[in-house]
Design a protein around this ligand. Structure first.
Ligand code: AMP
Ligand code: ZN
Length: 468
């Protein structure tokens, strides 16, 4: 079955075919974080959706060439660095480092390139793109010395967001900071330096200034992936104006269709509102880890709802993800025990990998794919209970799980099995409690162990511990 994806541009689910049909390489550009603070878990919902997309494409035999930029110059990075009295790069450096640490904790595959907007080669490319736009009349320098994109010159402007250009026309009072523009919708390509910028600025044919956010992505995507991309992703708030502007800029320069498939992740919400820094209703990954959750628990909690649906963040949701992982771990442990001794797998109808991948082929229907996983767990557990699975079947099911986990990446961390002393001590107390038939105490100790992220199970060989 073919892979089908929802394209924001057409508002339809379309069959995916890459530009490079023979080589099967997929060029994927994903808008990265603005590094003026720690990324919040809403940002990571989008980045985990992109990771799922990449891994599923790989499971389907594509080679994904992915780029994720870092926005390290914009109004917010400048404002906050100035507030802290730091140079821009000194201010953003720790947040860049933290971002890479967080990607690792969430098991997000690193992109091939993580270009930074302030790198001299990209600034040069931004300036040269703007020069071309000015030459071709797509851009003009206004009285405030900034350079703007003339949206009326690009008839497709508004198509991605399905916006009527008329709605962008001024309706009476024109805001103060927009009076220099020809049309309110015209967006800045180059922002003329002003005092609030401090020592941030680059020379250009239009005077000292800095790039607008949209041209940054157009320049970095073009520099690394070329004029035409297969897929471009971001969160839904990127659709307008950011991605609309990217199309207008790039296509006016290259004359080619910039992106074949636009994909956008719906927001992570808190009490019905978008999780965002400006609303101050956000959790960073670090906040959630500090409450005792692990990276894989956060990953599953953010991954398991289809990207096209909003997801409300709650700690009940986190507990639920933890319980699902426990169920998977217990099942894997049971299969591993049962498969011991079987040197080869033997086919079994439950170990049919296609069903999992086929669910994902339907516009990354992760809840369907997880449904396949959990049904497989229920059915194979019941087959084990009835003695209907041979060790060789169990081995094949473990191989099946191995493939599934290449896409989900939710197995316990290698090395996470080092049992901390605190857990060992509780385990020893619990063994004693059980010898003494102190069942209530035994249950309490199990809960204490669970609170530390470990699941204990009683088997005929004694207590067994697995990482949650
Ligand atoms: P930013 O750091 O604001 O540039 O955002 C980085 C990425 O996170 C962009 O793709 C945004 O669209 C996305 N994003 C921001 N807030 C949320 C949210 N609450 N839920 C999902 N994605 C988000
Ligand atoms: Zn971008």
């Amino acid at each position: 079955m073919a892979l089908r994806l929802f394209n924001t541009y057409s508002r339809e689910v379309e069959e995916f075919t890459p530009l490079d049909a023979a080589g099967r390489t997929v060029k994927l550009y994903t808008c990265g974080p603005t590094v003026y603070g720690f990324a919040h878990i809403g940002n990571f919902r989008t980045f985990i959706f992109e990771d799922l997309l990449q891994r599923h494409l790989e499971a389907r035999g594509y080679k994904v060439d992915r780029v994720m930029n870092l926005t390290d110059v914009d109004d917010k990075t400048i404002r906050n660095s100035r507030e802290q009295g730091k140079a821009l790069d000194e201010f953003t450096a720790p947040f860049k480092k933290a971002f890479f640490e967080d990607l690792h904790v969430l098991r997000i595959k690193p992109a091939r390139a993580f270009p930074e907007a302030t790198a001299p080669e990209y600034i040069a490319r931004m300036v040269s793109m703007i020069e071309t736009l000015v030459e071709r009349d797509y851009a003009y320098q206004a009285d405030d010395r900034s350079v703007y994109y003339r949206i009326n010159r690009f008839p497709e402007y508004g198509h991605l967001a399905h916006l009527d250009l008329e709605t962008l026309r001024p309706t009476g009072r024109i805001q103060n900071d927009e009076y220099e523009k020809e049309s309110v919708g015209d967006f800045a390509l180059w922002k003329a330096w002003d005092e609030a910028d401090g020592d941030v600025g680059w020379p250009s044919p239009w005077g000292r200034g800095r790039p607008g956010w949209h041209i940054e992505c157009s320049a970095m995507a073009g520099a690394i992936l070329g004029d035409e991309l297969d897929i471009h992703c971001g969160g839904e708030d990127n659709i307008f104006p950011h991605h609309e502007a990217e199309i207008a800029q790039t296509e006016a320069v290259t004359g080619k269709k910039f992106v074949r498939y636009w994909m956008h992740c719906k927001h992570l919400m808190v009490d019905g509102q978008k999780m965002s820094k400006s609303l101050k209703n956000f959790y960073t990954l670090r906040d959630v880890l500090a409450k005792g959750y692990t990276g894989r628990e956060v990953r599953l909690a953010l991954l398991r709802v289809n990207y096209g649906l909003p997801l409300n963040f709650t700690f009940e949701g986190m507990a639920d993800a933890r319980a699902q992982l426990q169920r998977i771990d217990t099942w894997v442990a049971r299969l591993t025990d049962h498969a011991a001794g079987a040197t080869q797998g033997e086919a079994h109808p439950l170990a049919d990998h296609e069903r999992f991948e086929e669910a994902l082929d339907k516009d990354l229907n992760i809840s369907g794919a997880l449904g396949v996983l959990f049904t497989t767990i229920t059915e194979s557990n019941s087959a084990l209970d009835k003695n209907q699975l041979t060790p060789a079947h169990a081995r094949r099911l473990l191989e099946w799980w191995g493939r599934v986990n290449q896409t989900l990446v939710i197995e316990p961390d290698a090395g996470a099995d080092e049992v901390p002393d605190e857990v060992k001590a509780l385990l020893a107390q619990r063994a004693q409690a059980r010898t003494d038939k102190e069942w209530k105490l035994s249950d309490e100790l199990r809960d204490q162990i669970a609170a530390l992220g470990w699941a204990v199970k009683d088997t005929k060989d004694g207590q067994k511990l697995t990482r949650v």
